[in-house]
Design a protein around this ligand. Sequence first.
Ligand code: NAD
Length: 478
Amino acid sequence: MGASSTSPISLAAVPSEAERILALQRAAVAEHGAPSLAERILALDALLGLIKKHRQSLVETVSLDFGTRAAAETELGELMPLVAGIKHVRRHLGRWMKPQRRRPGLAFRPASARVAYQPLGVVGVMAPWNYPLFLTLGPLIDALAAGNRVMLKPSELTPRTAALLKNLLAERFEEDQVAVVTGGPDVAAQFSTLDFDHLLFTGSSKVGRQVMAAAAAHLTPVTLELGGKSPVLVCRDYPLKKAARTIAIGKFFNAGQTCVAPDYALVPTDLADAFADAVIEAAAELYPAIAGNADYTSIISGRHYQRLSGMIEEARGGGARVVQHTDPGAAAERKIGPTVLVRAREDSAALREEIFGPILPIVTYDDLDHAIRLINARPKPLALYCFSTDSAKVEGVLQRTRSGGATINGTLLHVTQADLPFGGVGESGMGAYHGREGFLRLSHARATLELGRFNMSDRIAAPYGKLTRAVTRLLLGK
Ligand code: NAD
């Protein structure tokens, strides 16, 4: 935190809602200090209670915001990992919070050294629309576990869910502990300029850059959870139909509007067409109909629908083979059926931009080295998937590539593990949360050295004499 962290909020202008809440939360930090383990557990239990009590209305409200959002997707992809995350943190928090003993250097003894984990203070959380519960309440779990006060800014594209979260959290939390700020991009932009002790942003790399620049004014540390093009590498040894079905499950979950969805598939050149057909066959089994099917999720907005439709048409115009499973009523429900693109042009939007929808372009490769070169030619992705039963091959792929996280012979699932950190690297973000890493990310590790009664360290001082020479000789050599 910069020096300005202690300065009062400007009185010249009427403070915004977010500024008013920040001042309240800061005052509460100053007055109450760090909450005890029991208080943190109480807060986590309150959150768990709210999720369980309002499960039905949460599922229904998210679906209203999307048009159609499969109830099972909200339960499996949002509520389940939240509940598992709270239970995991609850179980381990006492151990994580314990100060750690460290060893003081020989020349500084007798002394004791320790690290204590303190709350940062007020944490800001900015969330996107695609998993509006998991990506808002997930960071809240870690922030509360670390003893912070929290301000949440949900996305404007899921306004009903944002309003519900605001009411629901107010049921169990005072505004000076947890508060929700709602509004559009203007409110979000202003939110990112606030003098938080930490700001956790989930969203696009483009807005992430703006958020980091805004936070720099106060030297507010940021965690950026961004997106990008996550590859799925299908190795020749893995049964093609099995890979296609598993990839279809992960890709078309939430209609592909998942930050860790496989963005493009790397497939041996001679298998590309067969793989495309197998993915679409599997999709037709998963979703026999698109229109009127409550299991298949709509595209969040007209703008995104146009963007994705444009991507398909551009690829078709460029000579790609478009393999699609859809039906005539889909457009009226703002749905795009599962789509695979074979031989899309390298300069097409589908191969340049993050897709974030139910479209899977195939990129072909000659051998494994070629596939790895193709992965490494792009910015480091948020996730990487590899399908192979050859563990040496898998290890080689993991060694020679970088990504935020990875699942082998599956997709998406590493994110749902309460005991694994979740975060990007390079262009896909910085800093990880969930579980112990989340607790550490939102805590300050304060180092303390306590000198013993007979400690000689104040004798090693000017005018430097024999003792200093003896110590430097001992530690540095003659
Ligand atoms: P987005 O970047 O457009 O918006 C994210 C948030 O930023 C929203 O709450 C919005 O209100 C706010 N915002 C908009 N303009 C802003 C500005 N000028 N200054 C500050 N904040 C502003 O992203 P999105 O469309 O909501 O979500 C899609 C993106 O999020 C994809 O790139 C996806 O990969 C990424 N994502 C990442 C993760 C992850 O955990 N790494 C998870 C989900 C989504």
